[in-house]
Design a protein around this ligand. Structure first.
Ligand code: IPM
Ligand code: MG
Length: 352
């Protein structure tokens, strides 16, 4: 890649992925970024149908030749009967592992004027401004797993949960650094009262904390964290947690905000490389109808410009445009409105 090239992989995937990604691409193209090159690749069920694999080698090659990935969504119920390694979800799990995308940043913030969308009391939700830093390369997700038949004939499914100290250390650093850039509060979420994996997690986080004396570190068990997220979400700033707990808590946090169609995320490797995707899934029920809200994907493109290419101004410009469209009353179906995918894209482009 030459110094001025800005090569971005665009993996639209399944369901509403292609529709929402198309709008984010229009926004990127409207910015007149020097050297911008967009390279499309197949992932998920779409890739399985075409190449017999959810993450074919040619897709990985495209990913490796780019500086970042803009990702739509994967998931297709009609392929759930396939053996696990061929299911659409393996595309995102494979990319995370193959590209070392170990740090998942999932911000959840209530947009001004949208406080009523939450299922919490609006005055409780209005205080939400948090960031979940989720580890993505380890935990029970990537441990050995299988099914076996016990001596007495019962079938048993098993998945091995583990974290090595270096894996905890690097995500802890991501959490502390994120906290330094925000209000210097970090809450580490684990289940150290029951799990050895979590006890080691907690011990290592405490060790890393010595390097960040300015950050106020707290620990919370995951069950309590789930409760506190709906009771008083305003108490959290940065949460750092493992793969499984982060998966669950980040969905919960998004729903506390009430606007899953607005939340973007980044999955980062060491350095500047990253994959950026909306936190919503492939939504097969509304796919292909032009109903999906592309704002979360457009905001993911903003995160991409900021983290992978250092283009803070352009990122802020996109975010401001989305904010302006919302302030003008543009609303997708997820926000109780009737604006379609294209119309929302048009509104953001007009606001740019
Ligand atoms: C997510 C998703 C994935 C995960 C699935 C699609 C494998 O739920 O990104 O949160 O569990 O990590
Ligand atoms: Mg999830």
């Amino acid at each position: 890649m030459s110094a001025d090239a800005m090569r971005i992989a665009v993996f639209a995937g399944d369901g509403i992925g292609p529709e929402v990604t198309a709008e984010a691409v229009r926004v990127l193209q409207a910015l007149d970024l020097p050297g911008l090159e967009l390279v499309e690749g197949d992932v998920g069920g779409a890739a399985y149908r075409k190449h017999g694999h959810p993450l074919p080698p040619e897709t990985l090659e495209i990913a490796r030749s780019c500086g970042a990935i803009l990702f739509g969504a994967v998931g297709d119920f009609s392929l759930d009967h396939l053996e696990r390694r061929l299911r659409p979800e393996q595309a995102v799990l494979g990319l995370r592992k193959e590209l070392g995308l170990f740090a998942n940043l999932r911000p959840a913030t209530v947009f001004k004027g949208l406080e009523d969308l939450t299922t919490l009391r609006p005055e409780v939700a209005a205080k939400i401004d948090l960031l979940i830093v989720r580890e993505l390369n380890g935990d029970v997700y990537f441990g050995e797993k299988g099914t076996r038949t016990l001596d007495d004939g019962r079938r048993q499914g098993w998945d091995m949960m583990s974290y090595a100290e270096d894996e905890v250390r690097r995500i802890a650093h991501t959490g502390f650094k994120a906290a330094m850039g925000r209000s210097k509060k970090l809450c580490s979420v684990d289940k150290a009262n029951v799990l050895e994996t979590s006890q080691l997690w907690r011990d290592v986080v405490i060790e890393v904390a010595r390097e960040y004396p300015e950050v106020e570190l707290s620990h919370m068990y995951v069950d309590n964290a789930a409760m506190q997220l709906v009771k008083n979400p305003g108490q959290f700033d940065v949460i750092v947690t493992g793969n499984l707990f982060g998966d669950i808590l980040s969905d919960q946090a998004s729903m506390c905000v009430g606007s899953i169609g607005l939340l973007a995320s980044a999955s980062l490797a060491e350095g500047t490389y990253g994959l950026y995707e909306p936190i919503h899934g492939s939504a097969p029920d509304i796919a292909g109808q032009g109903l999906a809200n592309p704002m979360a994907t457009i905001l993911s493109a903003a995160m991409l410009l900021r983290h992978s290419f250092g283009l803070e101004d352009q990122a802020a410009r996109i975010e401001a445009a989305v904010g302006k469209a919302l302030a003008q009353g543009v609303r997708g179906g997820d926000l109780g409105g009737t604006d379609g995918t294209r119309a929302i894209g048009d509104a953001v482009l007009a606001a740019l």
